[in-house]
Ligand binder design. Structure first.
Ligand code: ASP
Ligand code: MG
Length: 604
C-alpha cells in the first residue's frame, strides 16, 4: 500500500463546494488503495484578510501575535475538510501543526521546520483514517522556552506538505493548485506559455521568481534533499501536471530537517580560461555577434559576464575550457577590430585574456532569501587573501573567477566556512545521456533595481565588506556582477561592482553602501530602477554550445540592449530596460520554442 501526501492550496478549498470536491478527490486516492495524508492552506484569501485586520490594529504587530492570528486560517480549513470527508463516509481526522508535532525554530513568521513526529499520524493512517494536517504552521520547542505556535512564512503550506512526505517516507507528494502545473513562463505576460511536463529541482529553484507563486522554493529544497517525487497539478482536472524530478532518495536523518546548510556544495573548475572584450560599443547586437561567432565554431562558453560602465562602452567576459582557449581567443581577436571605431569610446576596444583562471562556486537552495551567504563567501576568500576577479550570481549559486594558483586555498577556506565537502564540476565535455531541452523555462522579474558602485579598489575584502553590510541591513541581493574592466584611479586599480535588489529596498541599499563607499575609496553609486531581468533556465545548456548566443540574438532582433549579463551553468540572465521587459521575455520564449500547441487554460 502506497502512502501519498496531497496538498490543496487556498483556492482549491475556497468554498464549501470546493472543499467537497477536494474530499471526493482524496477519497478516489484512498479507493485506489493508498494511505492519504492531506495538507491544506487557509480558505481562499483568508490569510490576506487576517493580515489586513492586524494592520488595522497596529502598523507593527508583534510577530508572535501574527503567528497566533494567521495560524487560525488553516485550523478552519482542516476541520471543514475532515467534516466533508466524514459526511461522505470516509473516516478522517484533522490535526494542527502542534498536534502532529511539526517542530520548528522559534523564529516567528518565518520559522523553519526542524523535525516532524510521525507516530501519531502513522497510527491514524494504519487505522484507515485520512489525516488532514494544517499547513504553514508548527510549534517551537526548546527546553528553555515555552511552546509557541509558529508559521513558516507566506506560501508555506507547500513546505509543510513536502516536509511531511519526507518525514513519513511517503511514496510521493502531490501539490494541487489552481493552475495546470509549472508553465514555461508567466501566461499573463506570454499567452503561448506551455505546461512543462517534467523539470528538475535545480531548474525549478533557478526559476524561483517564476515558480514561487506555484511552488514554495523551500518545498523544492526539501524535495531535492530528501529525494521526494513531487507533482504539481490542477485541482479541477485529472491531467498529470508537472513532475518535479528529485535526485534519488537518500536515507537521511530528519533532525534539523530544514536547517540544512545554506550552501550544500563547493564546486570548482581549474580548467578554465578567460577571454574579455573590453570597451566594446553598448548597443543591441554586440553580444549576439560575439557569441554567435563562438557558437558557429562550436565553442561552449561557461560563465558570461557583462556589467555596466560609464560612457557608451561595455566589457563582456566569458570563460571556456582551457582546451578551447586558442580558438576562443582567435574569435574575439577577429571581432574586436570590427567593433573598434564604432563610437569614439570604443576606438580602444581590445581583447584581454588570462589562461590561469579557476572558477569556484558555492551552491545551495538555502541561500534563497537569506542575505549574507554571498557576503560570507567573499569574506572567506578575503581572509584567505584570495582576490576575486569576476563574480556572477544566480538564484542558488555564486561563482567567482580567481587566479588558478589561489584555487586550493580558496577551496579549503570555503569548505571550512560552509562545512561541506567540495566536488569538481561535472565534466562539461561529457554529453548528457538523455536528450533534455537546453532551455526549460523563461522568467521575467520586473521588481528589481540595479545599483552600481563605481571604482571599487581591486583588492581582497572589498566585495565582502559591501555585501556583509547589506546583509546586516537585512537586504537580500539578487544578482551580483563584478566585471573584468580594471580602471586606474590615481595609482589604485579599481573595478565596478553592480548588483540588483528589490525596488522597494533600493534607496535603503544605496544609503547603506554610501556609508562606507567613501571610506573604501569607491566612486559614485548609481541606482537605476527602470530595469527588468529576463532569464532562461535549463540543465541541457551545460553541454550545448550556442544557448547564450541564441538568447542574445533573440534580444538583438528586437533591438533590445542588454545592460548586464550573469550566468550559472544552467541559467543565463540579462538586465534590460524595464520597458523592454515583456518584449524581451516573449522574444526569448519564442527563440527557444517554448510555446506549445495546446492552449493552457489559466483561471483569472
Ligand atoms: N495560508 C498561508 C498563506 O497564504 C500559507 C499557504 O497558503 O501556503 O501564505
Ligand atoms: Mg501557495
Amino acid at each position: 500500500m502506497a502512502l501519498v501526501v496531497q496538498k490543496f492550496g487556498g483556492t482549491s478549498v475556497g468554498s464549501v463546494e470546493r472543499i467537497q470536491a477536494v474530499a471526493q478527490r482524496v477519497m478516489q486516492t484512498v479507493a485506489a488503495g493508498n494511505q492519504v495524508a492531506v495538507v491544506v492552506s487557509a480558505m481562499g484569501k483568508t490569510t490576506d484578510g487576517l493580515v489586513k485586520l492586524a494592520n488595522q490594529i497596529s502598523e507593527t504587530p508583534s510577530r508572535r501575535e501574527m503567528d497566533m492570528l494567521l495560524s487560525t486560517g488553516e485550523q478552519v480549513s482542516i476541520a471543514l475538510l475532515s467534516m466533508a470527508l466524514q459526511a461522505a463516509g470516509q473516516d478522517a481526522l484533522s490535526l494542527t501543526g502542534a498536534q502532529v508535532g511539526i517542530v520548528t525554530e522559534a523564529d516567528h513568521t518565518r520559522a523553519r521546520i526542524l523535525n516532524i513526529r510521525t507516530e501519531r499520524i502513522q497510527r491514524h493512517l494504519n487505522d484507515g483514517k485520512v489525516v488532514v494536517v494544517a499547513g504553514f504552521q508548527g510549534i517551537s520547542q526548546r527546553i528553555d522556552i515555552d511552546f509557541e505556535i509558529t508559521t513558516l512564512g507566506r506560501g508555506g503550506s507547500d513546505t509543510s506538505a513536502v516536509a511531511l512526505a519526507a518525514a513519513l517516507g511517503a511514496d510521493k507528494c502531490e501539490i494541487y493548485t489552481d493552475v495546470p502545473g509549472i508553465l514555461t513562463t508567466d501566461p499573463r505576460l506570454v499567452p503561448e506559455a506551455h505546461l512543462i511536463k517534467a523539470i528538475t529541482c535545480d531548474e525549478m529553484l533557478e526559476l524561483a521568481s517564476l515558480g514561487a507563486k506555484v511552488l514554495h522554493p523551500r518545498a523544492v529544497e526539501i524535495a531535492r534533499n530528501y529525494g521526494i517525487p513531487l507533482v504539481v497539478r490542477s485541482s479541477w482536472v485529472a491531467d498529470p501536471g508537472t513532475h518535479v524530478v528529485a535526485p534519488s532518495r537518500q536515507p537521511k536523518s530528519l533532525e534539523g530537517l530544514e536547517l540544512v546548510h545554506p550552501v550544500d556544495a563547493i564546486e570548482f573548475d581549474l580548467d578554465q580560461a578567460k577571454v574579455a572584450l573590453l570597451r566594446i560599443p553598448d548597443r543591441p547586437g554586440i553580444a549576439a555577434r560575439l557569441f554567435g561567432e563562438l557558437a558557429d565554431q562550436d565553442l561552449n562558453v561557461d560563465l558570461v559576464i557583462q556589467s555596466i560602465h560609464e560612457g557608451n562602452t561595455n566589457d563582456i567576459a566569458f570563460t571556456v575550457l582551457e582546451a578551447n582557449f586558442a580558438k576562443a581567443e582567435a574569435v574575439a581577436a577577429a571581432i574586436a577590430p570590427v567593433l573598434r571605431g564604432d563610437t569614439a569610446d570604443s576606438s580602444q576596444a581590445e581583447v584581454f585574456v588570462d589562461r590561469q583562471v579557476a572558477k569556484i562556486s558555492i551552491a545551495g537552495a538555502g541561500m534563497i532569501g537569506r542575505p549574507g551567504v554571498a557576503a560570507q563567501m567573499f569574506s572567506t576568500l578575503a581572509e584567505a587573501a584570495v582576490n576575486i576577479q569576476m563574480i556572477s550570481t544566480s538564484e542558488v549559486k555564486v561563482s567567482c573567477t580567481i587566479d588558478s594558483s589561489d584555487c586550493d586555498r580558496a577551496i579549503s577556506a570555503l569548505c571550512n566556512a560552509f562545512q561541506v565537502t567540495c566536488s569538481p564540476l561535472r565534466d562539461a565535455s561529457q554529453k548528457s545521456l538523455s536528450p533534455v531541452p537546453e532551455v526549460r523555462g523563461a522568467a521575467l522579474d520586473q521588481k528589481q533595481a540595479q545599483i552600481a558602485i563605481r571604482h571599487v579598489p581591486d583588492r581582497p575584502g572589498m566585495a565582502a565588506r559591501i555585501f556583509a553590510l547589506l546583509a546586516k541591513a537585512g537586504i537580500s541581493v539578487d544578482m551580483i556582477i563584478q566585471s573584468q574592466r580594471c580602471r586606474m584611479i590615481g595609482t589604485v586599480a579599481t573595478r565596478d561592482i553592480a548588483f540588483t535588489v528589490a525596488q522597494a529596498e533600493a534607496a535603503q541599499a544605496k544609503a547603506t553602501v554610501a556609508g562606507i563607499a567613501d571610506e573604501m575609496g569607491c566612486g559614485d553609486i548609481v541606482v537605476n530602477d527602470a530595469i527588468a531581468k529576463v532569464s532562461v533556465v535549463g540543465i541541457g545548456m551545460i553541454n550545448t554550445p550556442g544557448v547564450a548566443a541564441r538568447m542574445f540574438e533573440a534580444l538583438a532582433q528586437q533591438r533590445i540592449n542588454i545592460q548586464m549579463i550573469a550566468t550559472s551553468e544552467i541559467k543565463i540572465s540579462c538586465l534590460v530596460a524595464e520597458d523592454d521587459g515583456v518584449r524581451a521575455l516573449k522574444a526569448v520564449h519564442d527563440a527557444f520554442k517554448l510555446y506549445g500547441t495546446e492552449k493552457v487554460v489559466v483561471p483569472a
